[in-house]
Design a protein around this ligand. Structure first.
Ligand SMILES: [Zn+2]
Length: 341
């Protein structure tokens, strides 16, 4: 495509394994004539599905970046049927800074579908939208709660309207084999990478692999297994996908948070004291936490209550809280069949 601003050292039509980069033109205070290098790996072998894995869209989410780097390094053409494209670190400057947003304040996960004539984040989004998505059948965008949120680790999806697409997405989401899966809505704006992939009809899955500013060995193991099992399920990676039953595990818990009331926002600024833990069942009206006012020791804390009954999916990880920050997310248990209705 001639009018895209981003260039690639990888030929996504070439068989074999290539390790290269996308280059996004930019001009900064420190470097007037510069390109942002975004690492890209393409592994192609014969006929089969074409799958795009993206990670590090947010720089303070290392879990997916590590899993994608391991996958990219360890996968050879003989392991692949079709094409596997891996962008393991989509926001390199943010990743180096361990920050969610780009240094210029851009949130790449609000930049889609992007623009060839916009800022660098817009140009990168545009390339993914118009060059990479059309090459793929399925997209998995690896996220976590980052520094500001702790999430039960899960794979997730939106309830897209197309039944066939949604059914394929449910199966692909479940193929992660995690204890929890999450059905969500956008409560903090659109322009997500997955929004555009869904719009193009792709089997589109995301993850939230923990978060809270630190990563455990258990999370890395979960990401490692889940990502590969997802790729085996799609048939792009050799081997048989394992079921939870074959691993001696109980059925997963599917949690659905599709009402704005499931996302509890801080009514005013304060210091957040959480009263609940991830995975805990709460009733509607039950206290989730309290906001304290360090400047006013005489002022009692304000209770924050669950607006809907459910399971605590996500808790704010940074106690210092501004008005409107998301404190707790609750999700309601649902069955697989309910997702297909
Ligand atoms: Zn993220």
């Amino acid at each position: 495509m001639s009018d895209v601003a981003v260039t690639s050292t990888v030929d996504f039509e070439r068989p074999g394994k290539q390790v290269g980069r996308l280059q996004v033109p930019r001009s900064t205070n420190e470097s007037g004539w510069s390109n942002l290098f975004v690492p890209a790996v393409c592994i192609q072998n014969g006929r089969g599905p074409s799958v795009l894995i993206t990670a590090g869209v947010h720089g303070d989410e290392p879990e997916g970046q590590v899993a994608a780097l391991n996958l990219a390094r360890e996968t050879e053409p003989e392991h692949v049927r079709g094409r596997l494209i891996i962008l393991p670190c989509m926001s390199p400057d943010a990743s180096r800074a361990y920050s969610r947003l780009w240094p210029d304040g851009a949130n790449l996960n609000r930049s889609f579908p992007g623009s060839a004539t916009g800022a660098p984040d817009q140009q990168l989004a545009d390339y993914v939208t118009r060059v990479l998505f059309p090459l793929t059948d399925a997209v998995c965008d690896l996220h976590s709660g980052g520094r500001s949120m702790m999430c039960l680790p899960w794979s997730e999806m939106h309830m897209v309207t197309d039944r066939a697409q949604r059914g394929a997405m449910v199966d692909a989401m479940l193929a992660w084999g995690t204890d929890y899966h999450f059905i969500y809505i956008n409560i903090a704006g659109g322009g997500l990478l997955v929004d555009e992939a869904e719009r193009q009809g792709k089997i589109t899955i995301g993850t939230e692999l923990g978060g809270g500013g630190h990563t455990t060995a258990a999370i890395h193991r979960l990401a490692e297994h889940g990502l590969r099992n997802f790729l085996r399920h799609l048939g792009v990676l050799a081997g048989t996908a394992a079921t939870r039953a074959s691993r001696g595990l109980p059925p997963p818990v599917i949690l659905r948070a599709v009402s704005a009331d499931d996302y509890v926002l801080a009514p005013e600024s304060g210091l957040f004291e959480t009263l609940v833990t991830l995975g805990q069942e709460v009733g509607a009206g039950e206290p989730l936490g309290r906001l304290h006012f360090p400047e006013r020791p005489d002022r009692p804390p304000v209770d924050v209550h669950a607006e809907t009954a459910g399971v605590v999916c996500s808790i704010r990880a940074i106690a210092t809280t501004g008005q409107g920050d998301c404190l707790v997310v609750t999700g309601q248990r649902c069955g697989r069949d309910e997702l297909l209705e």
